[in-house]
Design a protein around this ligand. Sequence first.
Ligand code: SF4
Length: 93
Amino acid sequence: MRVIVDENLCGTTGQCVLTLPSVFHQREADGIAVVCLATVPEELREAVLLTVSQCPVAAIRIVATAPGEPAVQATGPGRVTSNDGMGADDEAT
Ligand code: SF4
C-alpha cells in the first residue's frame, strides 16, 4: 500500500512520527510530515490506520496499490473511512 500525507493540510503536530517513525518523519525545514517508504508493508496497515485516526487534520490517507486492497481516507480525528465496505474504525482500534 501507499501512504500519502497532504502537505497542504499537515499541521506539523508530529503525532504520526511519534506513533510510527519507520513510516513518517518530519522535514527539518518546516515540520511537515513526509512518508519515508514508497510502499508500506501490509503488516504495518493497522499501525498506519492508527496514525490516520490520530491525525488532527485528516492529512494522512492510504492508497490501494493492489486489486481489492482497501483505500482509507481520514475524515477527522479518530474517524477514518474505507472503501472496503467494512469501515476502518474497527481496524484502527
Ligand atoms: S499527525 Fe497529521 S498533522 Fe500531525 S504531523 Fe502527522 S500528518 Fe501532520
